[in-house]
Design a binder for this molecule. Structure first.
Ligand code: KG4
Ligand code: ZN
Length: 343
């Protein structure tokens, strides 16, 4: 029985895991608060985590029907993320592990995203028995990564973004258009009603042979386009077309590079995770591209795409059960921790 805590950005979350199954996964989102400012305000996120973490932990334990003394291990996101936000969940978890005299596991946030597509079913459970060597796309608010995963808990990065992350691009473009925060889901909603071929936006680095992404140029071209067409800031059919066209540009680059990376890695399985994997355009395009090439595709469940402690706990339990060493109880938050880097 393991308790996991996630607090790297603006979601306070706690989960209880037993034998690969998520018994409870409570997420308290701060979206409404940060929406007032058009983006995450780190100081407010820290304050909210301090207020919410005891609550989400208590609720997760109640939902799982267990007492704190029944916990056998504790885990928390150790990095990367907002420094003080990370610290709130990490120190709570380490304090609990100390008080209960249980092992503590500090988890890499993106590594947890990376394995989240293997959490399937209802109640959600890790299906690592189905694991095959794969190429993984991680697309979130802070990162865009292509990762080769030859074996469980073994991975190497093939490429990433040289500037903005895919989620950041969705959010910034949505803000330019005047959509409410968080922009990604809202842009997705409007894009579903628009024509993706209406406006030809650039596909940055699409023809580039490497596995790097760049999204800041796309954002700039939308800004110039909006200066010429300010009427597109008004809701309506043309604005839907704009959203669909921008989404199509982002999705085309993500899908093309993911397929190319899978071919390079010589694998016939692709997985995708992270908040942007909620995007319906991306899910559909990846499904089409994979089915025409007979590539198996595993997409994280939408509820496990965005930040949650369930994915942190599943990875922590896997590490714990395979004999990975626990993390020192006094270790610090690692806001800039790179995937694959040990400390
Ligand atoms: O993984 P996540 O919850 O947090 C990070 O680790 O960053 O990802 C959040 C990101 C945000 O940029 C949000 O706008 C984006 O995921 N996102 C979406 C959609 N849902 C969430 N982007 C596009 N379409 C969506 N449906
Ligand atoms: Zn995340």
């Amino acid at each position: 029985m393991l308790l996991a805590i996630e607090s790297s950005c603006d979601e306070s979350s706690a989960a209880v895991i037993r034998e690969g199954r998520i018994l409870a996964n409570v997420v308290s989102s701060q979206t409404k608060l940060h929406a007032l400012y058009g983006g995450v305000v780190p100081e407010l996120a820290t304050r909210e985590h301090l207020r919410n973490i005891p609550m989400v932990v208590r609720l997760a334990l109640t939902q799982a029907g267990i007492r704190p003394d029944q916990l056998e291990a504790i885990a928390a996101t150790q990095g990367p993320g907002l420094p003080n936000a990370l610290m709130t969940g990490l120190k709570f978890a380490q304090g609990l592990a100390f008080a209960l005299d249980r092992p503590f596991f500090g988890i890499h946030h993106h590594e947890a995203h990376l394995y989240s597509p293997w959490i399937q079913g209802d109640p959600p459970a890790a299906r690592f028995d189905r694991f095959v060597s794969n190429l993984s796309l991680i697309v979130s608010g802070g990162h865009t990564l292509l990762v080769q995963v030859p074996r469980l808990l073994e991975h190497s990065i093939l490429g990433g973004t040289v500037d903005d992350a895919a989620g950041e691009c969705f959010d910034k473009v949505a803000k330019l258009i005047g959509l409410p925060y968080p922009g990604g889901p809202e842009l997705d909603r409007l894009a579903a009603q628009g024509n993706p071929q209406a406006f030809p936006f650039p596909r940055p680095m699409l023809k580039d042979p490497g596995f790097e992404f760049s999204f800041s140029g796309l954002k700039t071209s939308v800004r110039y386009f909006l200066e010429k067409h300010p009427e597109l800031r008004t809701p309506g059919a043309a604005q839907n077309d704009l959203c669909a066209s921008v989404q199509a540009a982002i999705v085309e680059v993500l899908v093309a590079k993911t397929i190319r990376a899978a071919e390079f890695a010589g694998v016939s399985c692709i997985t995708a995770s992270g908040g942007v994997t909620c995007n319906r355009g991306l899910r559909k395009s990846l499904a089409m591209a994979c089915s025409s090439r007979r590539i198996q595709l595993l997409l994280a469940e939408p509820s496990l795409c965005t930040d949650n402690a369930g994915m942190i706990g599943i990875l922590a339990e896997r590490k714990w059960s395979t004999g990975a060493p626990s993390t020192p109880i006094d270790s610090e938050a690692l806001p800039h921790w790179k995937l694959g880097e040990s400390f």
